[in-house]
Design a protein around this ligand. Sequence first.
Ligand SMILES: *[C@@H]1O[C@H](CO)[C@@H](O)[C@H](O)[C@H]1NC(C)=O
Ligand SMILES: *[C@@H]1O[C@H](CO)[C@@H](O)[C@H](O)[C@H]1NC(C)=O
Ligand SMILES: CC(=O)N[C@H]1CO[C@H](CO)[C@@H](O)[C@@H]1O
Length: 381
Amino acid sequence: MARMIGSLLLLCGLQLVVGDVCPDDVEVDLCDTNPGEFSGSMGMTPNLTLLLIVLAFALPGRAKSWALLLPAVVLPSAVAGLSCGDVKEFYKTNQCCGSATKELGTYPGAPTCPYNFQKPACSMAGPQTPRDLTANALGDKVPKAITLTDAQANSLPLVNVHFHLGAEHKSEAYSDGTDSDAFDAGRRLATTGTVRPGWMCPTSSLNSTQLQAYTFQYCKGQVEVGKSYEIHYVHSSAGMDANDTDDVNADSLSDGLGGAANGRGLLNPMIVVQGQIFQIVNGAATVDDMLHGWTVVGHTDSVMYSGSTTGTSHDNSVCSPYAITWHVDKACHQVSPESFDNLCKQMNEMYGMDSDLYPHGSRILVDKQYVVKSEFVVPLS
Ligand SMILES: *[C@@H]1O[C@H](CO)[C@@H](O)[C@H](O)[C@H]1NC(C)=O
Ligand SMILES: *[C@@H]1O[C@H](CO)[C@@H](O)[C@H](O)[C@H]1NC(C)=O
Ligand SMILES: CC(=O)N[C@H]1CO[C@H](CO)[C@@H](O)[C@@H]1O
């Protein structure tokens, strides 16, 4: 608090200093009401430094870091090409004259960005994921993006592997919605935690030995015996490659989807995600390498279709802006807890991954009007 008051005093002091050089009315010099009266503003630039330093200490948390970044943006060396005249022109063309408090949508000198990074409304977005993959599930959309094949997917480097609590997709094999219903109804059962669970493989045939709890050493958060997880193997043409002139993919995995969406500076990469569903069961099969693709346990009952990215930041009103090819295995695969923990161990020790050692929440199954028609969900080839 003391620092805040000190900062305010400094700001007031600054006002006086600036007042000596510039008119008190911000509009006078920008709007030609009195041309020639104030010819210079030599004092402005150095004291912008002072203002920014003061702001940096007066602002809370996140805003503070922005204020500290500002000098790089505002100081002369970083605004090469932007003159005072440009600022004046900007002020006038944005119809600021007479409306000094008007909020602006852009900064002076900022180039117009051709990309709109706002997530689209589902009513205008491309076909979405997860689609219901059970036998008679319907969809309304005809995809515009081409669905890549298995061979094409394998030519794209693996850039990320992560897993969701429960399956985001739904098939006959994984269709138990007990946990997701409870979560959506706001009833946090002992077994439902902070991330939204998806569809589960059945547990009715499992005995108490098979369901006994296991202490995971590497996987974090809600990774539990008896639960199912949809692992996503993300392949992208934006993936880094040790040697672009040979046909060996480097598979340099990292947390998150940044490498898939914008690796190597690409803005329109081709992305394929392979989804495979594992239920963690004591005494089930040992799978030595679950990390480097879905080839280990086989995926003979798989389909492919055109969709989007998933996750709980999208639903049936806010949709994903990415077009993604999906290859999804419709079977439930049982795997030992040791093998699943080894997946996390490999992610962490081989690639330094951390945030993806936690399960992600599952997006609510997308409404039929935002997914592809059933004739566009075809056997993987
Ligand atoms: C549970 O099922 C497993 C696999 O079928 C079996 O090996 C084990 O003996 C069973 N345990 C009990 C307590 O029934
Ligand atoms: C990259 O791959 C090409 C083709 O296999 C090979 O001739 C070249 O030596 C490799 N370069 C490096 C730096 O490994
Ligand atoms: C003209 C003027 O008073 N400039 C001052 C603005 O603030 C900086 C940082 O404290 C000073 O170094 C300048 O002398």
